[in-house]
Design a protein around this ligand. Structure first.
Ligand code: UFG
Length: 344
């Protein structure tokens, strides 16, 4: 494919956590951004804050659902998008186990709806939010892009269906794509503009921080895994570093490079108990906690190797140190006790 510069992009789920940090990075990199979000989990306030912080770029919001094909098509046309970033999805591993239909509906049918609207609108560049959960139980210590993909939960299955569909859309319509498989996104915008605001909050780092701030104990899901301290091991990567990878992914497509997939993590295995210690170190206070049974669908260990992203995209994470991740998240939660609903 020949190189061609992109001016405008559409970001589904751009009012959400990783989406909003990416919208900010895209606007700062000089792109006009139209966010397409149904605001069920996303926050209008996040998009408004970015629009105010980057006034020389057009940052707009179209409220809509990815299952509404006609509305997606109209958003693509109205925004004159030349590339789509697709973040809109359901993301709870545990909920996907108990309610798979919901996950196949939103993540698979919703994803295919966006792709089919893109084919009709003639938009041929796509950046997809995938996940380490597509790998399942790892067969090696550090997971690279050639690792077999055998998800152990419906969440991972639904993301894998779209990854596979992308190859078919590439053959059929020349849809050039970059797939990013995030390991554990965490942290908050170092400028304090954006942060993590999920209801309910299910992720480990915010829950450990909230345990300190509210006194509500953290539940540790399982301490009988075959790991160093018995708790699960994850690879935490700062959300601002993920956002930077997305800008690099778009540049890869603008340069006419072929479709590619990248694992994004720091390559460091951190246990649940390591996270508790980091939060105690950064806050200077104990994390009240209890040990509970394992959570369904949790692989024991997920650690990336991101050598390909570093080599091909020149991706250089800047905030990956665990204490930096925790301190940016802590600053956000302290300043926003009610998330985006907090008074400024
Ligand atoms: N955990 C707890 N207590 C909690 C929350 C989490 O012990 O209150 C544990 C989990 O059991 C797991 C680890 O902390 O072992 C991390 O859990 P998270 O919910 O923070 O993250 P997951 O690893 O389950 O999932 C995240 C993303 C997924 C993604 C996955 C890939 O939410 O979208 O990382 O690693 F697929």
């Amino acid at each position: 494919m020949t190189p061609s510069a992109v001016k405008s992009v559409l970001v589904t789920g751009g009012a959400g956590y990783i989406g909003s940090h990416t919208v900010k990075a895209l606007a700062l990199a000089g792109y006009d951004v139209c966010v397409y979000d149904n605001l069920l989990a996303g926050h209008r306030e996040a998009v408004e804050r970015i629009a105010r912080a980057v006034p020389d770029r057009r940052v707009t919001l179209i409220e809509g659902d990815i299952l509404d094909r006609a509305w997606v098509l109209s958003a693509l046309r109205e925004s004159r998008a030349e590339a789509v970033f697709h973040f809109a999805a359901l993301l709870s591993v545990g909920e996907s186990v108990s309610d798979p239909a919901k996950y196949y509906g939103t993540n698979v049918i919703g994803g295919l709806t966006v792709l089919s609207a893109m084919a009709e609108a003639g938009v041929s560049r796509f950046v997809f939010s995938s996940t380490a959960a597509t790998f399942g139980e790892p067969l090696v210590t550090a997971i690279d892009e050639s690792h077999p993909q055998q998800p152990v939960n419906p969440y991972g299955e639904t993301k894998l269906v779209i990854e596979r569909a992308l190859r078919n859309f590439d053959s059929a319509f020349g849809l050039r794509h970059v797939v990013f498989r995030y390991f554990n996104a965490a942290g908050a915008d170092p400028d304090g503009l954006l942060g993590e605001d999920h209801t309910p909050e299910i992720h480990l780092i915010p829950r450990a921080i909230l345990a300190v701030l509210t006194g509500e104990p953290l539940q540790i899901f399982g301490d009988d895994y075959a790991t160093s301290d018995g708790t699960c091991i994850r690879d935490f990567v700062h959300v601002t570093d993920l956002a930077a990878a997305h800008v690099a992914g778009l540049r890869h497509l603008e340069a006419g490079q072929p479709s590619a997939s990248y694992n994004l993590g720091m390559g460091a295995g951190v246990s649940v108990r390591d996270v508790v210690s980091a939060v105690e170190r950064v806050t200077g206070r104990p994390v009240p906690h209890s040990v509970e049974p394992r959570r369904a669908g949790d692989p024991s260990r997920l650690v990336a190797t991101s050598a390909r992203a570093r080599a091909e995209l020149a991706w250089t994470p800047r905030y990956g140190d665990l204490d930096t991740i925790v301190s940016t998240a802590l600053a956000w939660h302290r300043a926003h006790p009610q998330g985006y609903g907090s008074p400024e």
